[in-house]
Design a binder for this molecule. Structure first.
Ligand code: J2J
Length: 541
């Protein structure tokens, strides 16, 4: 097949000129920087995972073999490839291989199941799927077969491990001469997955120029250098451990990336001690667990310099416990896969570090805090956060309806977050306007789960809401009005699971009610309804 037209993300010419003049966009690309590091730091260790240790030269070679091998299979530059891999070295070699071949990764989480993966493949018009034979006890070859049955355009399946009828990653081979020249830095490098605040996840196109800027600038803010050792404990496909500054920032700096198969203290602490890890990104519940476990561990954690916490709100009291427990610098990170990332700075006062979610990376990040009518609120007041800037998208991929909702006419992204802006531009997250559940950093769309519940014959109506949870931050609770054959909470949970969804989307709790009885007269929005149910629940407990 012939090359596809490169996907683009369009900024107005005046902003393009400004971002270039400021040195944010430098015309660098993924293959460009990886090649340079492979030449300059050939023998340095780049990636560690399991029993594998890859140097920068080996990473580049492996990426070349994989990229050329995929082209030899019949893929063409511009093709989209759904990648579903856990925290294994192949995550890095595969994605770098795709970049070298001009192929566009679409990142699925290992937790995603057929319904989600098929949605990503359709939306992205993917022609290939790359997954592990098994990870965390799940066989992705079964998922691959279902995927090809549901989305026949996915003609190629590549398996890390035993292929069992599919092509094994190991078997890929091709002619390096067939690899295309480096891509246009303004073209889309990959599609990231959105948290999905309304309905299904959307695809987020990020360009070489914008993404490289975000992690290069993050390196400076987070102190990542050639001497850094970054531990990927959260799923590698998440935007946070990928780019804030994450493993790509670390590779950009010439440092070392260590992949941890689990995020629990037992697994991670042993790796920190063995590899002398200096920086780690965690979600709040994990950070608290680590802080507690650090008190009694026999592992040497003295190499840790910076513990970043983000993905969900870390309250000041929890922040203090993390600092006390881990004895290193805490950095709060408030980011989003669509772009904008805020950090507390390493030398900020403890007051700022514990009580704010940081300030934007760039002086060219434009931040607006507005009321319900779009008018700016006074400093210190809570309002809707809107943003645009040199690494924030201007539209989702292939989704006009979502674009109409999520972006203003001036190209500002409506984050859905409610924030307060303090002097110095520091932001405090005060909640959100959109109806999703932030379950320990995993975002779950209420609407998506309601749709699956409504498909059950015994469900007359369903409303899914977030409930504060001591450990997860928030958990999901489905209020159900039943009809016909009586059903039980356990069978409704099993039902959601059987719909081919990530396990984290199964409601944590199910409450049967006779009616959504509301005091309001007339028809109220789903959003108001969810808010009322949450209130009622909180008053009863
Ligand atoms: C409160 N809410 C937060 C925080 C994210 C770095 C870090 C995180 C993400 C991420 C990311 C929060 N306090 N510290 O991509 O590069 C909520 C907000 C936000 C949404 C984005 C990164 N940090 N959030 O979490 O795309 O509601 O990105 O809009 O998964 O998470 O989710 P996501």
């Amino acid at each position: 097949s012939s090359s596809r037209v490169p996907l683009r993300q369009v900024w107005p010419p005046a902003l393009v000129a400004r971002y270039r003049a400021a040195g944010h966009w430098r015309g660098e690309t993924f293959p460009g920087f990886l090649r340079e590091r492979a030449e300059r730091l050939a023998g340095d260790i780049a990636v560690v995972g399991g029993d594998t240790r890859l140097t920068y030269a080996q990473l580049w070679q492996e990426a070349g073999r994989i990229g050329a091998g995929l082209l030899a299979q019949g893929l063409a530059p511009g093709d989209r490839v759904v990648v579903q891999l856990g925290n294994v070295p192949e995550f890095v070699t595969v994605v770098c291989g795709l970049f070298r071949a001009g192929l566009i990764p679409v990142y699925a989480l290992p937790a995603h199941r057929i319904t989600e993966v098929a949605h990503f493949a359709r939306k992205a018009e993917a022609t290939a799927y790359i997954a592990a034979a098994s990870y965390d006890g799940f066989d992705y070859r079964t998922l691959a077969r279902d995927l090809q049955a549901q989305v026949p355009a996915v003609q190629h399946v590549i398996i890390v491990g035993e292929g069992a009828g599919f092509t094994a990653l190991e078997a890929l081979a091709g002619d390096l001469e067939q690899l295309p020249p480096d891509p246009d830095p303004q073209s889309v490098a990959f599609l990231q997955i959105s948290g999905g605040s309304t309905g299904l996840s959307k695809l987020i196109p990020r360009t070489h120029d914008d993404y490289l800027y975000s992690f290069r600038a993050s390196n400076a803010i987070c102190g990542i250098t050639q001497d850094s050792v970054y531990l990927v404990a959260l799923p590698a496909a998440h935007n946070f451990p990928m780019s804030s500054p994450g493993f790509f920032g670390t590779l950009y700096a010439g440092g070392r990336v260590v992949l941890s198969p689990g995020a629990g203290p037992e697994t991670a602490f042993a790796l920190i001690a063995r590899e002398r890890v200096t920086c780690i990104g965690l979600v709040p519940p994990l950070a608290l667990l680590w802080a507690q476990a650090a008190a009694t561990t026999t592992q040497d954690l003295s190499s840790l310099q910076v513990v970043q916490v983000g993905g969900a709100k870390l309250v000041p009291e929890a922040a203090r416990r993390v600092i006390a427990g881990l004895g290193c610098t805490l950095q709060q990170v408030f980011g989003m896969a669509e772009g904008l990332v805020n950090y507390t700075r390493l030398h900020d006062s403890e007051e700022i570090i514990v009580s704010t979610q940081g300030r934007p990376i760039s002086e060219d990040d434009e931040v607006l805090v507005v009321d319900d009518h779009g008018h700016p609120v006074a400093e210190g007041e809570t309002g809707h956060l809107l943003t645009r800037g040199p690494y924030t998208i201007r539209c989702y991929h292939n989704d006009p309806a979502a674009n109409a909702r999520a972006f203003t006419e001036d190209g500002f992204y409506r984050t859905g977050d409610m924030v307060q802006r303090l002097p110095g531009g520091y932001l405090v997250v005060q909640g959100r306007a959109s109806d999703h559940i932030n379950r320990a950093g995993e975002k779950i769309s209420a609407e998506e789960i309601e749709d699956h519940l409504l498909a059950h014959p015994s469900v007359f109506d369903a409303a899914v809401v977030s409930i504060p949870d001591a450990y997860l931050g928030e958990r999901s609770c489905a209020f159900i009005i039943a009809q016909g054959e009586p059903t039980k909470a356990a069978s409704l949970k099993a039902w959601v699971r059987s719909r081919g969804l990530a396990a984290f989307k199964v409601p944590d709790q199910i409450v049967f009610v006779d009616a959504f009885g509301t005091t309001a007269v007339g028809k109220i929005s789903r959003r108001e309804l969810r808010a009322q149910l949450r209130e009622r629940f909180m008053q009863q407990t």
